[in-house]
Design a protein around this ligand. Structure first.
Ligand code: HEM
Length: 316
């Protein structure tokens, strides 16, 4: 990954090809870590916690039968934080008596593992407040996967409240062409075969007018209108490439799947500094079929962005 302006490495989402189509683009995850701590950690955590306080129904959902799986998620993430970022997080697990220290937020939590009464909020909600990722818990039963719990503060134009309890295919019905060649069924089968200890990851992308992380469906009226203001003059500053790093972990005891989503944003004026990205991204955006551009919400300002990129290309 290339580092832009000395910031965190940006997860540029495209491979070799200059065309983009929906596919099962998941690959094995190495190192097998569900979370990543970046420079915007404290800013993101602050925003997350404010959203959870002010909009609990929009940002958190769980069904009672997910509680054991939620403890598994807490177990997995706290252990990973402590082992991959030991300078920032410590975990002392003395049988069921756990003490978790977050040096970055200056917090110290002590609780009894498996005992809900010793935490202020549910385990998934607790652990989600210490990581930048959104955390979705898919439970597997009857040959299918269901969204039975989740903490979602930074959705790319979807609603946890609306999708709660839905199956994998139901969640994805809004995506045009996703059923073509039974892609939805093939991805579902792939997900149900994921094994504990062998996690996977993928990148998803879209463009955004603005740099807001909490672009929930419920608040579309607040952020969606910026799309109308994009011009070739302001596109570099206003438009951002929004990339979701998504990871999939099998939970061995409950047989659920933890789906983590880390959202990264890069203004186009930074993206174009890296000439191969400028060239490839221009080609991809130009060729992108209208049904994908429309679904991703780019149609309204695609031409303005292309004009901006064209001007930059001529300078190289
Ligand atoms: C199992 C956990 C997953 C969950 C909970 C999930 C959830 C979602 C949601 C909520 C959306 C937005 C749908 C809408 O507009 O209402 C979405 C979009 C999408 N998902 Fe998933 N997804 C999961 C896994 C995957 C996997 C493994 C793949 C492919 C390998 C995938 C491919 C896609 C694609 C291509 C889109 C359209 C994104 C775009 O064009 O911007 N999803 N997903």
């Amino acid at each position: 990954m290339v580092s832009i302006e000395n910031k965190d490495p940006f997860p540029y989402p495209f491979g070799e090809q200059d065309v983009y189509r929906y596919s099962n683009n998941a690959v094995p995850l190495n190192p097998p870590i569900a979370i990543e701590v970046t420079k915007s950690y404290l800013e993101d955590i602050k925003l997350k916690r404010e959203l959870l306080i002010n909009h609990p129904k929009r940002c958190y959902h769980s069904m009672p039968h997910t509680l054991d799986a939620q403890w598994e998620v807490l177990d997995l993430i706290l252990h990973q934080l402590a082992s991959f970022y030991p300078e920032n997080y410590q975990l002392v697990a003395n049988n069921d008596h756990w003490i978790f220290t977050n040096q970055l937020t200056g917090e110290n939590h002590s609780f009894i593992f498996g005992n809900q009464a010793t935490l202020d909020v549910e385990p998934l909600d607790f652990v989600g407040r210490h990581v930048q990722e959104d955390l979705i818990l898919m439970m597997q039963r009857d040959g299918d996967l269901f969204l039975d719990a989740g903490q979602l503060c930074f959705p790319a134009n979807w609603s946890l409240y609306f999708d709660a309890g839905m199956s994998f295919k139901e969640i994805h019905t809004t995506i045009p062409g996703f059923k073509y060649g039974s892609l939805d069924e093939r991805i579902l089968q792939f997900l149900m075969r994921i094994e504990a200890g062998s996690p996977w990851w993928r990148k998803n992308w879209s463009l955004m007018a603005g740099d807001r992380l909490d672009t929930s469906l419920e608040t579309f009226a607040e952020w969606g209108k910026a799309r109308k203001n994009v011009t070739k003059e302001n596109a570099g500053e206003l438009v951002h490439l929004r990339v979701e790093v998504q990871k999939l972990f099998r939970l061995p005891k409950s047989n659920g799947i933890l789906f983590t989503i880390h959202t990264h944003m890069l203004p186009l004026e930074s993206l174009i500094q890296h000439t191969p990205w400028l060239k490839q991204f221009s080609a991809i955006l130009k060729e992108l079929p209208e049904f994908i551009a429309e679904y991703k919400g780019i149609s309204l300002y695609r031409n303005s962005v292309l004009e901006y990129l064209e001007v930059e290309l001529k300078k190289r």
